[in-house]
Write a protein that binds this ligand. Structure first.
Ligand code: NDP
Ligand code: 8X3
Length: 250
């Protein structure tokens, strides 16, 4: 039977591109997100077997119910692509908006935990599987205004290390995949719908795209059984660090 990948946050950006890449390569897909209509239109465009799950990763009961309700033929999840996440705001900590902090912590840290808690027992039972956690350069370095978002991605980095140790006896791979700037809906969300501020993030430089990260994810997922990419940092050539971006107008 074809391998099955479950992708959280498949309705946009990196998750959507990863769905397309794995669909093109014969995988069965469990696609999740909050925007049901986007899940349906993505599934309609893919030449692949899909199962759609509509839940908010911040809701532990909804996450567990979705996994508990998987039909038997969808329970053998080979790859969990923990991707759903967001940044909200760029203000200094002393002016921080508590609701923004909670959205980031609840989604990027607790949501990733809820999904992992629900799915990894299925992998443990089969003594097989691969968890790919989408982290970030923001999980390696902290930049001005990044405070809470960076903290959540540092947490993802730590959770990848912890999961790798806990899942070691079961032969389950854990990869921490950390991108630099990727042009998706990420910055529009971060700037609360301000398209001009979002566009400015990528101006005069060539950012990564969702398909670039999907290609890396596909490579990471297809190493031989005895080989695991533990941690991979993928940057645009025009970005050396969180602080060094080469813009052609500078
Ligand atoms: P997008 O905004 O394009 O996509 C985010 C995805 O996450 C959407 O599918 C969204 O689905 C889903 N999502 C957000 N909140 C929730 C929630 N509460 N419950 C379920 N799904 C949710 O951004 P990206 O594709 O760029 O982001 C994907 C991941 O990559 C994030 O973890 C982000 O932190 C990380 N990342 C992004 C980088 C970038 O520069 N873009 C760089 C490094 C890491 P829906 O709204 O339908 O629920
Ligand atoms: C997204 C990349 O540099 O905006 O994680 O934090 S960055």
């Amino acid at each position: 039977m074809a391998q099955t990948i479950m992708i959280t946050g498949a309705t946009a950006g990196i998750g959507k591109a990863t769905a397309e890449k794995f669909a093109q390569n014969g995988y069965r897909l469990i696609l999740t997100g909050r925007r049901q209509e986007r899940l349906e239109s993505l599934a309609a465009d893919l030449d692949a077997e899909t199962l759609l799950l509509n839940f908010d990763v911040r809701d532990p009961q909804a996450v567990q119910a979705a996994i508990d309700g998987l039909p038997p033929e969808w329970q053998d999840i080979d790859i969990l692509f923990n991707n759903a996440g967001l940044a909200v705001g760029v203000g200094p900590l002393q002016e921080g908006v508590v609701d923004d902090w909670e959205r980031m912590i609840d989604t990027n840290v607790k949501g990733l935990l809820y999904v992992s808690r629900a799915v990894t027992p299925l992998m443990v039972k089969r003594k097989s599987g691969h968890v790919i956690n989408i982290a970030s350069i923001a999980g390696k370095q902290v930049y001005p205004g990044g405070n809470v978002y960076c903290a959540t991605k540092h947490a993802v980095d730590a959770l990848s290390q912890g999961m790798r140790i806990d899942l070691l006896p079961y032969g389950i791979k854990v990869t921490n995949l950390a991108p630099g700037l990727v042009e998706t809906e990420f910055s529009v969300v971060r700037f609360k719908g301000d398209q001009n501020r979002a566009d400015a993030v990528y101006t005069d430089m060539k950012p990564l795209t969702g398909p670039d990260i999907a290609d890396v994810a596909f490579f990471v997922a297809n190493t031989p059984a005895h080989v695991t990419i533990n941690d991979i940092l993928v940057m645009p050539t025009a970005q050396a660090s969180a602080f060094h971006i080469h813009r052609t107008n500078e």
